[in-house]
Ligand binder design. Structure first.
Ligand code: ADP
Ligand code: MG
Length: 697
């Protein structure tokens, strides 16, 4: 193991605050370490002569330790860690609670702890951690009641209590662990550090995590991307923060909460997201035990019609599809199955099938090149021996090298068969949906291993002009900008229709005269969020009506909000909506992941339709392209019901240009282009709204 080897493969561990006092955490840790650790355990406690018969040291500085586990009272932690640092200890686990999670005093203490760890370059776990484990060196440096069984899973958890529950359960399930870490408050080391370390570690087959948040989304994406093609990472994430959504004053802000950010961020990191604890371990088990499929097609072999249909339904709901078997396979099956059987997928070997018939059908199907993976699905019958079926399944899986999941349904009668399967890394489930989930996860992971991350494009833009537009807003003491900031988009090469903001009816008429055909007029006010809600947009205004319309728009706005600051009226070229699709391209800043770029169906009903997708910026060309395919309305863009397809390339480019804009300017807190009208001839940003943080300009 490379990085963090001081934590997971130490020779000498000092337990600072070790004691044999009944019921204490210091005692529990000593006991757990003494019960199996390959190296030396050194109790440190100036108040005691011995701990469990070992002479106790006065100071961590006397221990010559690789790793210090600290269980002293909160006030003593920082001095102890400093002493450890001075003595050359570079790995520390702080078990003690009473830091960031405990009010302002605790937060101050945590800041000091971070300072000391940084000063000495200490890899520090916690504080407020249950501890860590590493089975290759027999180390259980936790105060939990359970030991981990050795195995290939490395597990990080933001909840220490959850670790003890998982270990208790996993031992019974035959799941084994390499390293386990209770992340605690993540003051220094966080999920990114462990993903990186485990990606480098031969003993880790699969990384699994229970996370409540991600400390630094950007770092996490970068780190995980380097690891996930080689080592699968599965995470269950709980807890939602509203920090981003609270202040939202744009459509994107309302749509793109932290949930979308996690969804997008984890996906971009190549991390598989489990929706429940069950999924987390189902995914972990199959990823550890089974090879990856060559394709997303699955075949089902069963002796029971009903469960076969259930399985087919579950496949339909997943990313997998039912394989269409080749003619050779169908021929072989029809030779070996009775007439009432079904040779098509799901293959039904019929309820009276004995082990031989079942086995030969599984063999034939596994040998079919059009089959990516196989589900062996059975109900108990008098002529079928489950243990034999399990042994056959294990042999055939090994022969063909394709992933297999088993559903030998039943209760106690399955136990022996299940053990045989599980020993060979084949998961067995009662519920076919879980078998499908497992194989679907393998297919998802295969696609992650095949990903090629492309660098985001760097378009030639006028950054200075964009900065001017933003600064001029600040001059007016105005943090919310509307169409008066159109120049910002133009500076970044995002097409906008011809138009101008003016502050007299006469000037409006002049602009309209310059523009071909009818125009659109919009009231411009930082106090009016959605202009059409207050009758502030007039579409198709003829030249002769421009001056009157100007007066109407201002009057309506005044009626709506008498004290509104009205900057004027925008006179804008008409965009042909008949052949166009109104889309939205926007950005909201997530506290963890940073700028989240959103694309979807736009117009005035965006929030109701909520047909959007998101990526953490910077967004590359393939990612932007994928976004245009992901929304439900994607067929509209590519020409549906006799309509011409819109210029998708221009849409994709706009997403990337917006991504570049919001990456270049952290001062832009949120931004909507709604609508970005996509037509067969290109795109036009007809409306823009953004919020700026003047302090960041
Ligand atoms: P708001 O979102 O503040 O109500 P918009 O500028 O987005 O204001 O205008 C509302 C709607 O009016 C748009 O969704 C679009 O349907 C239509 N619209 C606005 N500008 C134009 C334009 N230049 N050409 C055609 N239709 C437009
Ligand atoms: Mg709009």
């Amino acid at each position: 193991m490379g990085t963090l080897s001081g934590l997971f493969a130490p020779d000498r561990i000092a337990v600072v605050g070790a004691t044999d006092r009944d019921g204490s955490v210091g005692r529990a840790i000593m006991r757990n370490l003494q019960s199996g650790f390959d190296g030396t355990v050194l109790p440190v406690n100036p108040g005691r002569e011995t701990v469990f018969g070992e002479p106790a040291l006065d100071s961590v500085g006397d221990a010559d330790a690789d790793l210090a586990v600290v269980v002293v009272p909160p006030d003593a932690v920082v001095p102890v860690v400093r002493e450890a640092g001075e003595a050359g200890v570079r790995s520390v686990v702080v078990i003690t609670a009473g830091f960031g999670e405990a009010g302002t005093d605790g937060a101050a203490r945590e800041s000091e702890l971070i300072e000391v760890a940084t000063e000495y370059g200490i890899d520090l776990v916690g504080p407020n951690s249950l501890g860590i484990m590493s089975t290759p060196v027999g180390m259980n440096a936790t105060f939990g009641p359970e030991d981990a069984t050795p195995g290939g899973l490395s597990f990080m958890s933001q909840s220490g209590a959850f670790i003890t529950a998982v270990l208790d359960w996993a031992n019974e399930q035959g799941l084994g662990f390499n390293d386990v870490v209770s992340l605690g408050n993540k003051a220094v080391l966080d999920e990114s550090d462990f993903v990186e370390a485990w990606g480098d570690d031969d003993g880790t087959e699969v990384v699994i995590g229970y996370l409540e948040g991600i400390s630094d989304g950007d770092a996490f994406i970068r780190t995980a991307r380097a690891v996930t093609p080689e080592t699968p990472v599965v995470v269950v994430k709980s807890g939602r923060t509203d920090a981003g959504a609270q202040a939202a004053s744009s459509h994107t802000g309302t749509i793109a909460g932290s949930e979308q950010a996690y969804e997008a961020g984890l996906d971009q990191a190549g991390v598989i997201r489990a929706d429940s604890v069950q999924e987390l371990f189902d995914a972990a088990r199959v990823l550890e035990g089974q090879p990856l499929p060559d394709s997303d097609t699955v075949a089902v072999v069963t002796n029971a019609g009903g469960p076969g249909v259930m399985t087919t339904d579950a496949v339909g709901d997943s990313g997998l599809s039912m394989a269409s078997l080749t003619d050779d396979t169908l021929e072989a099956l029809s030779a070996s199955l009775p007439a009432e059987g079904n040779i098509y997928n799901p293959v039904d070997v019929v309820g009276d099938a004995d082990n031989d018939r079942f086995r030969s059908a599984v063999d034939v199907v596994l040998g079919d090149d059009s089959v990516g993976s196989v589900i062996v699905l059975a109900c108990p019958t008098a002529v079928l021996d489950y243990e034999q079926l399990a042994r056959d399944t294990v042999d055939l899986q090994a022969d063909h090298g394709k992933p297999v999941a088993a559903c030998l349904m039943g209760g106690a009668r399955v136990d022996q068969a299940e053990d045989a399967l599980s020993a060979a890394g084949i998961p067995n489930y009662f519920d076919p949906a879980r078998a499908v989930y497992g194989l679907d996860t393998l297919a998802e992971y295969r696609s992650i291993t095949e990903r090629e991350y492309e660098a985001p494009a760097a378009f030639d833009v006028d950054r200075e002009r964009a900065e001017d537009v933003l600064s001029s807003a600040v001059d007016r003491d105005n943090t919310r900008l509307g169409v008066e900031a159109m120049g910002l988009l133009d500076a970044y090469g995002i097409p906008t229709p011809d138009g101008e903001v003016v502050d007299t009816p006469e000037a409006a008429a002049d602009v309209a005269a310059r523009i071909d055909g009818d125009v659109v007029m919009k009231v411009v006010s930082p106090d009016i969020l959605h202009k059409s809600d207050v009758g502030g947009v007039e579409v198709g205004v003829a030249d002769g009506e421009v001056a009157d319309t100007y007066a109407d728009l201002v009057a309506r706005a005044r009626r709506y909000q008498p004290d509104a600051t009205i900057l004027g009226v925008q006179v804008q070229e008409m965009v042909d909506l008949d052949d166009g699709v109104e889309t939205i391209v926007g950005m909201n800043r997530d506290p963890q992941f940073g700028p989240l770029v959103v694309f979807g169906l736009g117009g005035i009903f965006v929030e109701i339709l909520a047909d959007t997708t998101a990526r953490v910026a910077p967004v590359s060309q393939p990612e932007a392209e994928a976004m245009t395919r992901e929304i439900d309305a994607a067929p509209l863009l590519r020409g549906a019901r006799g309509r011409d397809p819109v210029d998708v390339d221009a849409t994709v480019e706009t997403i990337q240009r917006l991504s570049q804009l919001v990456t270049d300017f952290p001062a832009i807190l949120e931004l909507d282009i709604n609508p970005l009208v996509a037509t067969p001839d290109g795109v036009a940003a007809v409306d823009v709204r953004l919020t700026v943080d003047p302090d960041q300009l």
